[in-house]
Design a protein around this ligand. Sequence first.
Ligand code: CP3
Length: 339
Amino acid sequence: MATKNILNVLNRKPSEGTPIWLMRQAGRYLPEYREIRSKTESFLDLCYNPKLASEVTLQPLKRFNLDAAIIFADILLISEALGVSVKFLEGEGPVLDNGFLDNNLYDLKFKDDKINNVYETILNVKNSLPKNIALIGFAGSPWTVASYMIEGKSSKDFSNAKKWLKTQDKLSKLIDVLTESTIIYLENQIKAGAEIIQLFDSWSGLLNNNEFKKWVIDPTKAIVDQLKKNYPNIPIIGFPRGACVEDLSIYINKTGINCVSIDYNINIKDMGKLQRVIPVQGNLHPNILIEGGDNLRKSCFKILETLKNGPHIFNLGHGILPQTPIKNVENLVDMVKNF
Ligand code: CP3
């Protein structure tokens, strides 16, 4: 049996209790993160600095009894590797240089230049990680990264990206380039030491069933198929945020992922049904973690109770928010570990 509990769950082997990690576990709710972040010019400088990015990756593990580290980076680094630059503006989120849409869509080419620093971060972290903690590498899924590249910024409805759904050829081309680049990027992460991969598809909920199949399921399957050829033992977690239960079932059956991450809109009973097919993670609302107290306790135990007889990794239904009290995270991890 692997000594890493989270790998046991992903491999459907017996595990000692429920493993836990939290999306965005390294981030602004931690004073030690804000301290390091204040020393760098920009968020991207931090992502591209292997020494500091490693330190930040390890910060939450020094405080909490977590089962995995997730490498500190961002899903939009791949856009930069394709030559479409990204800036993170204070209070505004990402801004992407989407002039490429009119001109050189066909010139987009993955160049591992600055992105090589991510692999170095992985090597650093791997060397200092305790033996029982697993290292998660990640990428955004093609549809979600394409949405940001087309829109040029964060948006509630990504209306420009949705317009592209009608220009099938252009969108196909962009999704294909992203799929190929993501495969290279993730293979390099695995070579550097990532033991688990998570694919973030934060905006899959914008799509109807047919669109979901074409722009989420097909590219995800292509990525999983290719990674499994060379790295059959690296588990892949898929997070198609906003997908309905029906779409989640198809996603699970068609893509070949090893575990599905569930957002907070899915009913816990439905999550239980999905767990009969595949290991599950997620679901706790990040606002409940902010609130803490009784509601956190009840919600946490409801998830643990419902899922206790199958493979389950405890996580949130989306990333930790900056205003989350550290004490609540401590309590949550204790509750899960003592269950
Ligand atoms: O701890 C971890 O989870 C690892 C690091 C990580 C970050 N972003 C760091 C980050 C991971 C896995 C991500 C994924 C990511 N990035 C997603 C998918 C998950 C999701 O949230 O839906 C998306 C959509 C992005 C793109 C992104 N990055 C946006 C829209 C923003 C701005 C909004 C915000 O939360 O600030 C970011 C910035 C970002 N990524 C921060 C961090 C710690 C905050 C930046 C800062 O510290 O100044």
